[in-house]
Every structure is written in structure tokens, then in C-alpha cells.
Design a protein around this ligand. Structure first.
Ligand code: MN
Length: 361
């Protein structure tokens, strides 16, 4: 019933507009890309024009392959100067709809996400914010089912393939898929391009990632079941490797959480990027990250934050800058880990959980 009602609400909301901009915030990962493409197909069914923009280019080889071979219609560019040519914008697969240059200029029509909810201040026409589902792609599929739309088979095949891969990557190869993700998969599986999925799932670990992994192992600090490691300066196009290394390091058996961080260089800018991975179900990772940086957040088992350091781009001694960033990050993390352990961050979460479970005893 929830998705039936939401599907009707979605059509009402989007039909108020003629041209919608879907803006991909953060790294264009398969879940965000697939969800954007599927929403475009939905809109086009109602004769609504859609443009999809991502300010960041894809970084992992499999994501580049996905975009290229499925012909995903995404423009990798900064925001147009004249955004008023769009009637409204949409944000998918991101906690916040706030976009400089869009928010307050044109209305936000759609917000669909599966990360932890944040306190929102920006009005949105239509939103689905679910924390108990593994991917935004699955939410879109369940909406499409309720809408009863029938797309052309070649287009639907492209969308289904991208959505499948979106669910796969966001649920760690379906290991963290919920029953709703499974329900969505069952809908699209008959339509996916199996050959393409076979190819994309056999792309080896990129060679740059091997170098970064080597650095990560050399620089690792183990602290109370946490593995923290900084890999120094990296070019923006290799940024997604930070998360990839995090996934890999979490396989170690004596640790439960991993943080990989790096100084990411782009054009004339500099950002501290940190990626979090955990197996600890009781850890409130979202809160831990939010206390470190406003510009970050988490869903179950995964999270990230960024800190803008553009001001330091001309630092005369890059090594010294890295050392300062490195030592500060390690100290800040240790402090938050201590807080979580002695009843700070993680504690309230644990207590609430205990209360809930005691009701059933
Ligand atoms: Mn996602």
C-alpha cells in the first residue's frame, strides 16, 4: 500500500513541471546512476523532459564501463549558469537535497534516498526516505511496479541492468539486501543483460588500487578493533579507490571497523576524504561521522565525510600539510572511538535497542 500511494503522489508531483534536472550529488556510483536513469524514464512517460548532471566524473573502471556500455545519458559537468531553464530539480541517493546554485533558485521536486535521515530544512514536493532498504534503485523499481508503466523493452533492459548492478554494489553483493531489495530484484531480473553483468563483475582490482592498498597497509594504525589508515595525496580521478580499499581491509578478522582517508587533489582544490566501513551493528556510524564533520554521513555499515581544504592548496610544504592532516585525523578518530566505547555516541543507540528487545522477552 505504501508504494501504491507513493507512486500516485510521485506522478502528481512531477506532472507540475515540464523540465526536470536530476542532480547527482557526490560520487556517481551505480545506485545513484541507475536510479537517475530510471526516474528519467518514468518522467519521459509523462512527457516531462529530464536532464541528468553529475559534477563529478566516475572514477572506478566498472562505473565507467557501466555508463559507456549501457549508454547512460549523464552529463559530467558543473551546473549550467542558467538553471532557471529547468522547472525543478531532483536528488536521489543522497541524504540532503541542498545544492549550491539550485536550492532556493528552483523548487526541489523529488528526493529519494536510503541513507540515515538528517534534519531537513529545505522544502521538497515528493520524498521517500527509507532506512530499511539497501538501495535507492530498489525504491525506484517498486515505484515503477506500482505505476504499472510499460517501457520499450530495449530501454527497460538498459535500466534493469543498471538497477541490478546498483542494488548489487550497494548491498555488498546482496549480502546486506533486505526483503524489499529482493522483491525489486525479482521484478527486474528477467529483463537484465546477463552478459554485461558477467563482464562487469569480472573487472579485476584496478592497478592504481594496488599501489594505494600497499600504502594503506604501510600506514595503518590499529586502535581498539579499528584500522585507520591515511594514503596521502591522490588525484581526484582515483578517489573511489579509497572506498574500495576500505572494503578490502574490512576482511581482516581482528578488526571490526576501517577508516581510509586521503587528500584528494582536483583542479585548484583540495579535500580531505574519509571512507568508513564497519561490521559492528551496534555502532551508530552516522552519528560518529556527523560529529567529525557536517559534510558526511552513513548508512548501515558504510559512511564517508569530506572536509574542504581548498585554502591549503598552495601550502609550501605538502609533506608537512599531509603530516598535520594525518595526525589530526588519527587523533580526532581515536577520540570519537573512545567516546563511542565509554557510552557516548554508540551508547544511546545500544540502550534503545536493548529496551526494544526487552519488550519481546
Ligand atoms: Mn545508494
Amino acid at each position: 500500500m505504501y508504494f501504491k500511494n507513493k507512486a500516485l503522489e510521485l506522478t502528481e508531483s512531477i506532472r507540475r513541471y515540464k523540465h526536470l534536472l536530476i542532480y547527482i550529488k557526490g560520487s556517481p556510483d551505480p545506485d545513484a546512476l541507475a536510479a537517475a536513469f530510471a526516474l528519467k524514464l518514468i518522467c519521459e512517460n509523462f512527457d516531462i523532459k529530464v536532464t541528468i548532471d553529475s559534477p563529478d566524473p566516475p572514477s572506478l573502471p566498472q562505473n565507467i564501463k557501466l555508463i559507456k556500455e549501457i549508454h547512460l545519458p549523464i552529463r559530467f559537468k558543473r551546473l549550467d549558469e542558467d538553471v532557471k531553464k529547468y522547472d525543478a530539480y531532483a536528488v536521489l541517493d543522497h541524504q540532503s537535497v541542498s545544492v549550491e546554485g539550485l536550492t532556493g533558485v528552483i523548487p526541489c521536486a523529488v528526493h529519494i534516498d536510503h541513507h540515515k535521515k538528517t534534519i531537513k530544512k529545505i522544502p521538497v514536493d515528493f520524498e521517500i526516505l527509507m532506512e530499511d532498504i539497501g538501495s535507492t534503485s530498489a525504491i525506484i523499481i517498486l515505484l515503477i511496479k506500482e505505476l504499472g508503466l510499460s517501457f520499450d523493452e530495449p530501454e527497460w533492459k538498459r535500466a534493469a541492468t543498471a538497477l541490478y548492478y546498483g542494488i548489487q554494489t550497494d548491498t555488498d553483493n546482496f549480502q546486506q539486501a533486505t526483503s524489499l531489495d529482493m522483491e525489486a530484484l525479482a521484478i527486474i531480473t528477467p529483463h537484465v543483460d546477463k552478459n554485461f553483468l558477467k563482464k562487469i563483475n569480472h573487472i579485476p582490482f584496478p592497478k592504481e588500487a594496488m599501489n594505494f592498498l600497499n600504502l594503506a597497509l604501510q600506514n595503518q594504525v590499529i586502535y581498539k578493533e579499528w584500522l585507520i589508515t591515511g594514503i596521502g595525496f591522490i588525484e581526484k580521478k582515483y578517489r573511489d579507490n579509497i572506498a574500495l580499499i576500505g572494503d578490502f581491509l574490512l576482511k581482516r578478522e581482528d578488526i571490526s571497523s576501517v577508516v581510509v582517508f586521503s587528500l584528494v587533489e582536483k583542479d585548484k582544490g583540495l579535500t580531505l576524504d574519509a571512507s568508513f566501513r564497519t561490521r559492528n551493528e551496534e555502532l551508530n556510524l552516522n552519528r560518529l561521522i556527523k560529529e567529525l564533520s557536517k559534510n558526511g554521513g552513513a548508512r548501515r555499515y558504510k559512511g564517508a565525510f569530506q572536509v574542504n581544504l581548498d585554502y591549503f592548496v598552495h601550502a609550501p610544504d605538502p609533506d608537512l600539510l599531509w603530516k598535520t592532516v594525518h595526525d589530526t585525523t588519527i587523533e580526532a578518530l581515536k577520540k570519537k572511538i573512545d567516546d563511542a566505547a565509554v557510552g557516548g555516541i554508540g551508547y544511546i543507540f545500544k540502550l534503545a535497542k536493548r529496551k526494544i528487545s526487552s519488550l519481546f522477552r
